[in-house]
Design a protein around this ligand. Sequence first.
Ligand code: ISJ
Length: 285
Amino acid sequence: MASLRLGQVDFINCLPVYTAINQEIITLEAEIVPGPPAQLNRMFLQGELDVTPISSIEYARHADQCLVLPDLSIGADGEVMSLLLFSRIPVTELDHKVIALPNTSATTIALLKILLEHYYHISCDFVTMEPDLTAMLSRAEAALLIGDIAMIEQLKVNSGYYEGIIVTDVGAVWKEMTGESMVYAVWVVKKDFAGEHPQEIARLASALQASLRWGREHEDQLIALAQDRSPWFTEDYLRRYFHTITHSLTEKDIRAMNAFFDYAYKTGILEERVKIEIWREKDGR
Ligand SMILES: C=C(O[C@@H]1C=C(C(=O)O)C=C[C@H]1O)C(=O)O
């Protein structure tokens, strides 16, 4: 077959998973396609990617067609540092106000809506925009950001670059409400594709694991790569981030994902309950 098309979230949260593959320390015959989550979601669902990290809420909407690769996710147990709501007033005072949502996200938008309803008990209006804090806050009382830009804007707020902006970490609020960790993205393959290309998927799954093992052992190199992306990223801050963001998919993470899907169902974000199915090497044999 032609080389496998593999998505990569183009945020530093994926550096631990992809750096060894991208630097050819781990060999993998694949075309790597970087992009923001919403674009990867769209490309995968349209058949333009064979395997990709997909926003977990988008996986839930298409779970019947997909298998989740084992032992891999983008998650956090509470504070996540890169999924942030920026507001001019406390979140509790946002009732009937407008929140700007980034066109790059899916899971975090669903999570925010769940928290507004079930934790804050408020009802807001939404506008979807490019992830640009100044433009968003010129049209709305609050703005959600994900990924590197969320982190950079948080660091700017901390440095006094903006005045009067409150930053709320949505992962921390979810943990406070449910006691659970959170899985924001999982790596998926279509069932049909996995059935037709079992060896390729086995090779890819083990290359991703080997690459992640390398990443975990080479934090300094990940930090150096992340620092190339923004002068706002200090070494200490990045070290804290790489200890905050998780890439596991344990039983506990799956329970957390089910809790998130249950809330999404109760909130009307999902139309059906979800049965999570994990790809296993034996499935492909
Ligand atoms: C932790 C993050 O998790 C992510 C959030 C996603 C979403 O909101 O749909 C999807 C993939 C991840 O990149 C982040 O973007 O910083």
